[in-house]
Design a protein around this ligand. Structure first.
Ligand SMILES: [Fe+2]
Length: 290
């Protein structure tokens, strides 16, 4: 073990699932280190499909197991919902900021980020902004109030702070990697939130799934590829992820740099994942008590 890992271990309250993933997948870690140090040149497709995607699948599988939503306490379910809502409420402004940060370098990427921002804003005159839909659905179906909620967990605050830094970066490749992490975990996170609101519905009002109609609409809007919000059969969240992945897949064409993409990806994947770990840890003692 080298000095830096010893030092970081002693300062952290818990192990990052990203670090644990690297420990159990040393070849992935080695490859990403070689990309960052410019010893290895790989294609954007390989970066997305052979490194980022398996990494996220493996880590979020572990998060799902740890959260154990089907047996979670009402305390765990409600705390996670509230803490995660503090990022959801500002994601659209981050998208808009990121779009402005990259517009001079790559207008096509700026356009994609702006498209996502506009999609989050709903449809003027007919569909409210997604966060308004979500916050309202939590009130209507579960009487959970997230508006004005102040993030309590250190990792929730870190996520907001680090995301703010990335979207204001002078480096478009860092923004690309960072926003890819955010959008690539969004489907898994939304599915996890659906399991938690179902669990809270079961415990609080004796209802789940379509019997929580406002939440059900919100989740289908994001995850269902047959929903009216889907574009050409691609669900909203999946569309955001693939729309951004396109710029990694075609990094050379647009002038994006692989080392910075990997760095940006890791800068945001860590805090996104840590939030779940800390919230599980904080609610662990009561996780099986309704
Ligand atoms: Fe959304």
């Amino acid at each position: 073990m080298n000095v830096s890992s010893t030092r970081s271990k002693s300062l952290r309250k818990f192990s990052s699932k990203v670090d644990l993933f690297f420990l159990s997948n040393p070849s992935v870690h080695q490859s990403l280190k070689r990309v960052i140090s410019r010893e290895l040149t790989i294609t954007g497709d390989a970066l997305v499909d052979e490194f980022f995607t398996p990494m996220i699948s493996s880590i979020y599988y572990e998060i799902e197991r740890e959260v154990n939503a089907e047996a979670a306490s009402a305390y765990r379910a409600e705390l996670v919902i509230k803490e995660l809502s503090t990022f959801a409420r500002v994601n659209s402004q981050f998208l808009k900021r990121a779009s402005h940060s990259v517009e001079g370098f790559c207008p096509e990427f700026a356009h994609e980020l702006m498209r996502n921002f506009l999609e989050e804003g709903g449809d003027r005159g007919s569909l409210p902004a997604h966060y308004v839909l979500y916050a309202g659905a939590l009130i209507r179906d579960l009487d959970v109030f997230v508006n004005g909620y102040i993030p309590q967990a250190e990792s929730s605050r870190l996520l907001l702070w680090l995301h703010e830094i990335i979207v204001n970066s002078h480096c478009p490749s860092t923004i690309l990697g960072g926003y890819y992490a955010t959008e690539a975990v969004a489907t898994a996170e939304t599915e996890e939130l659906r399991r938690l609101t179902n669990r809270l519905g079961q415990l609080k009002v004796g209802k789940t799934g379509a019997d929580l109609p406002n939440l059900d609409y919100y989740y289908r809007l994001h995850l269902d590829n047959t929903h009216e919000g889907a574009t050409q059969g691609v669900a909203v969240e999946e569309g955001h992820q693939e729309g951004i992945a396109l710029f990694i897949r075609n990094a050379n064409r647009y002038g994006f740099l692989m080392p910075q993409i990997v760095d940006g990806f890791l800068q945001l994947l860590g805090p996104l994942v840590d939030q779940w770990t800390e919230l599980c840890m904080l609610t662990n003692a009561e996780s099986n008590l309704p």
